[in-house]
Design a protein around this ligand. Structure first.
Ligand code: NAD
Length: 496
């Protein structure tokens, strides 16, 4: 497949359009800086056009009607099928645009996106209200209704997955949506627009607007005719979204940053836990909100565990996103590479012990890309900047703990609360830990698994609300209470 100079368009009101301003942006491959595609650089005017189209589809067509939930579900299932048929194209495009290895995009990301459309396709008919237990001469029931127009703004690190995570539940529940992918990785979402058009999704039901956060994102967050905004990105921008959304009291879902603890007890299956620790921090080069960037090891296994971990980490093959041998790709941009290197430099200068990695790889074949060696530091205290701040790169900091209580204190000692894991053969201890950790996700004897069934979302400054699962679907609805008086009694009036 050649994506070189391939031109992509926004998808608004069922049509492929350029930006009203006619401006365009280019997407480059983080593995070699080659330009792989061009796409419209939209702004507030394009958002407004998309919102008008979505409003019209919601207010003036029967898309949102309950009786059409079967049809909505069918559309979503067909999108899933088409994604699977186009697996090669989507995974290549995604790897070139985001720098994720082809192994990740082909084996995981595109499938996860397809599974998400299919899951919510199946859920479309499963949204019910309740009949309430009131006296016999009253009928009181609830209706679960769609919200209207839902906006969504996504981060760059899992582009096709986020497109599915945001659009599928909104549509399943009967909403119409305006979706903004990150400007660094817009191509796979725009390619999705072609599937929507081919399947004949009614015009305006889904609209994809590309462009910068400060114009397109801001316009979505503050638009008066959007009822909800679902945001995935940094905690810093999440605060701005919350402020902008206050203008018309939009509902908000904020999926933000993390500094997740991965805790290994002495009785854990060490081989599995080492594999888990590597997946936790090096998957997508550590550019994961749920990265297990703090590894907490029990003092009895600290040395043994690190020996294995460091040895296996040194063998990780870095490579171009399309190289099937590569297990880790580049950072998304040269600027991001610089920021991650600055964290590493801070660690070196401030007394953390560098165990492996710590710089740009020497392999000349990687010189054009934004690569960073998988890096591990040992730290004495959780107060260190490397334990408190999200790095968003392949940089792991290891801490030692002596007992369960200390592990819990360390685990909870950051502003974040997104994900966590506990490795132990003692299920009672695993469950005690699961209850004590303040995070939206706890894995026991696993790391990183995410499925459409499980709610994904954080506690504390990692945000609130959920992506995926029935809980997320419910967040795309509002409850109406309908009270019906069936009695023949006189109306009890206080004013006669
Ligand atoms: P970011 O906050 O810089 O950008 C996210 C999105 O917001 C982009 O589409 C961007 O264009 C847009 N945006 C930027 N400024 C905006 C503004 N003022 N108003 C409206 N929109 C604006 O984040 P990023 O660099 O793309 O992604 C990395 C961050 O995302 C990390 O902190 C990571 O932890 C977080 N993240 C969280 C999750 C999660 O599910 N919790 C998942 C992935 C990434």
């Amino acid at each position: 497949m050649s994506t070189e100079s391939e031109a992509f368009s926004m998808y608004i009101d069922g049509e492929f359009v350029e930006a009203k301003s006619k401006q365009i942006s280019e997407s480059t491959c983080p593995g070699d800086q080659k330009i792989i595609g061009r796409f419209p650089k939209g702004d507030g005017a394009d958002v407004d056009r998309a919102v008008q189209a979505a409003r019209q589809a919601f207010d003036a067509t029967d898309w949102s009607h309950v009786r059409n939930s079967i049809e909505r579900g069918r559309y979503l299932q067909k999108i899933a099928e088409r994604l699977r048929e186009d697996l090669d194209r989507f995974s290549e495009l995604e790897s070139l645009d985001s720098g994720k290895t082809i192994t990740e995009t082909q084996l995981i990301d595109v499938h996860m996106a397809a599974d998400t459309f299919e899951y919510f396709g199946n859920m479309a008919t499963q949204l019910y209200g309740d009949v309430l237990p009131v006296p016999a001469d009253v009928l009181d029931f609830t209706l679960r209704e769609p919200l209207g127009v839902c906006g969504a703004i996504a981060a760059w690190n899992f582009p096709i997955m986020f497109a599915a995570w945001k659009m599928a539940p909104a549509l399943a529940a009967g909403n119409c949506c305006v979706y903004k992918p990150a400007e660094l990785t817009s191509l796979s979402s725009l390619a999705l627009g072609k599937i929507f058009a081919e399947l004949g999704l009614p015009p305006g039901v889904v609209n994809i607007v590309t462009g910068p956060g400060r114009s397109v994102g801001q316009a979505i967050a503050e638009h008066g005719q959007i009822e909800k905004v679902s945001f995935t990105g940094s905690t810093e921008v999440g605060r701005k979204i919350m402020n902008a959304a206050a203008s018309n009291l939009k509902k908000t879902t904020l999926e933000l940053g993390g500094k997740s603890p991965n805790i290994v007890f002495a009785d854990a299956d060490l081989d599995r836990a080492v594999s888990g620790a590597m997946t936790a921090i090096f998957y997508n080069g550590g550019q994961c909100c749920i990265a297990g960037s703090r590894l907490l090891l029990h003092e009895d296994i600290y040395d043994r565990f690190l020996e294995q971990l460091v040895e296996r980490t040194r063998k990780i093959t870095l490579g171009h996103p399309l190289n099937w041998e590569a297990r880790m790709g580049p950072m998304i941009t040269p600027q991001h590479q610089k920021q991650v290197l600055a964290f590493i430099e801070w660690g070196k200068q401030n007394g953390l012990k560098l165990l492996t990695g710590g710089g740009i790889p020497k392999d000349p074949e990687l010189s054009e890309g934004n690569y960073i060696e998988p890096t591990i530091f040992a730290a004495d205290s959780n107060d260190s900047k490397l334990c408190q701040e999200e790095i968003f790169g392949p940089v792991l900091t290891v801490l030692k703990f002596k007992d369960e209580a200390e592990a819990v204190t360390m685990a909870n000692d950051t502003p974040y609360g997104l994900a966590s894991a506990v490795w132990t053969q003692d299920i009672k201890r695993g469950l005690r830990m699961a209850k004590s950790i303040k995070a939206g996700q706890v894995w026991i004897n696993h790391y990183m698994i995410v499925s459409p069934f499980g709610p994904h979302g954080g506690f504390k400054e990692s945000g609130y609300g959920k992506d995926l699962s029935k809980y997320c679907l419910e967040e795309y609805t509002q409850i109406k209470n309908v009270y019906v008086d069936l009695s023949d009694d006189e109306f009890l009036c206080l004013y006669d």
